[in-house]
Design a protein around this ligand. Structure first.
Ligand code: ADP
Ligand code: TRP
Length: 321
């Protein structure tokens, strides 16, 4: 079974991305042939600095490896190392109805957030369809927020198959990750790099502690009962067992528990949870040449899988000889 997914390198990976996407990518890699990529073409819709783009790709590759992606078993590659994905994007663009793209929630959301509504942002789902369809994967694990993009991919595949009368593309099954619903950020909104409210598990200890200590709370005095709906408890609970959670909530309601103590405990739990991954990341970071080798080998393996499918799309469309 082919399993395909990617993460856009548009900012530093945070705990929300880890719990909502990357952890599952890593867990799924034993279930079939994993194909994972760092979506740097997609990052062009928001990042406009070349050095920054390279740095973010490098960081995300390190994050994948630190989190346990095994480059010997799974394919890990940089999206732009397969420029033929852009050719397929064009083939798909020509069968994609405008109305389909106009209904995309993520496009509307990003424009509402203030991103420039350019053609790249509008066509983002078509590039994503090409990422996927070039492998005809059986499974595409994505977070709930990407579900509509997957449905669009299926619609685009149907349009292409209908236009050229051939079953070139398989309709991919979305595998919606039912992990934690939404990880809140330090200010209580959804944790997102666009809100500057993230906790990054790979930050230096001091910076991470400072961010944890900055989690917004109400001003209930220490001796009073605490509202367990506070963000700090939601974040803490992500790293606690069910029984620890119950115990904590009893303590919170009884009064006498300071938010500072909960934050300190959360910080220690994050350090514990990601300790091994932090070490692995530091180790990989000392071997930049190995990272490039992993990406180069990943691109070769990815191309072996995608080339025949791209060729059949070209043939079906009457391109080339
Ligand atoms: P961001 O909102 O930080 O820009 P992305 O939109 O790039 O994150 O999301 C990358 C992946 O991480 C997506 O698959 C998404 O489902 C997941 N994700 C992002 N933020 C969260 C969050 N706060 N909680 C759970 N999952 C998240
Ligand atoms: N749009 C996805 C995100 O923001 C990243 C992505 C790009 C992707 N192409 C993909 C995910 C193909 C799955 C399959 O997280």
């Amino acid at each position: 079974m082919r399993i395909l997914s990617g993460i856009q390198s548009s900012g530093e990976l945070h705990i929300g991305n880890y719990l909502g996407a990357m952890r599952q990518h890593v867990e799924l890699q034993t279930k079939g042939q994993g194909i994972y990529f760092v979506a740097d073409y997609h990052s062009m819709t928001s990042v406009r600095d070349a050095d920054e783009r390279r740095r973010l790709v490098h960081d995300l590759v390190l994050d994948y490896l630190a989190c346990g992606l095994d480059p010997a078993a799974s394919i890990l590659y940089r999206q732009s190392d397969l420029p033929e994905t852009c050719e397929l994007t064009w083939l798909l663009t020509t069968v994609t109805p405008m109305g389909l793209l106009q209904r995309a929630h993520s496009y509307k959301d990003k424009v509402a957030q203030g991103l420039q509504p350019d053609h790249g942002l509008f066509a983002y789902p078509v590039l994503m369809a090409a990422d996927i369809l070039q492998y005809n994967p059986e499974l595409v694990p994505v977070g709930q927020d990407q579900k509509q993009h997957l449905e669009m991919t299926r619609d685009i595949a149907v349009k292409f198959n209908q236009a050229y009368g051939e079953e070139v593309f398989r309709l991919p099954e979305p595998h919606i990750l039912e992990s934690v619903a939404v990880v809140p950020g330090t200010d209580g909104r959804k944790m997102s790099k666009s809100y500057g409210n993230t906790l990054r598990m790979f930050w230096p200890k001091k910076r991470l502690r400072k961010a944890v200590m900055g989690i917004v709370t109400d001003s209930t005095p220490v001796e009073d009962p605490k509202d367990t709906a506070q963000t700090v408890f939601a974040l803490w609970a992500l790293f606690a067992t069910e029984s620890e959670r119950e115990e904590m909530f009893v303590r919170a309601k009884a009064g006498g528990l300071g938010y500072g103590d909960v934050k300190q405990d959360l910080f220690e739990r994050i350090m514990g949870h990601f300790g091994l991954m932090r070490e692995r990341r530091e180790e990989f970071a000392t071997r930049p040449d190995d990272l490039e080798d992993i990406l180069a080998a990943g691109a070769i393996r990815a191309r072996e899988l995608s080339a025949p499918i791209l060729e059949s799309a070209r043939q079906a469309a009457g391109l080339g000889c």
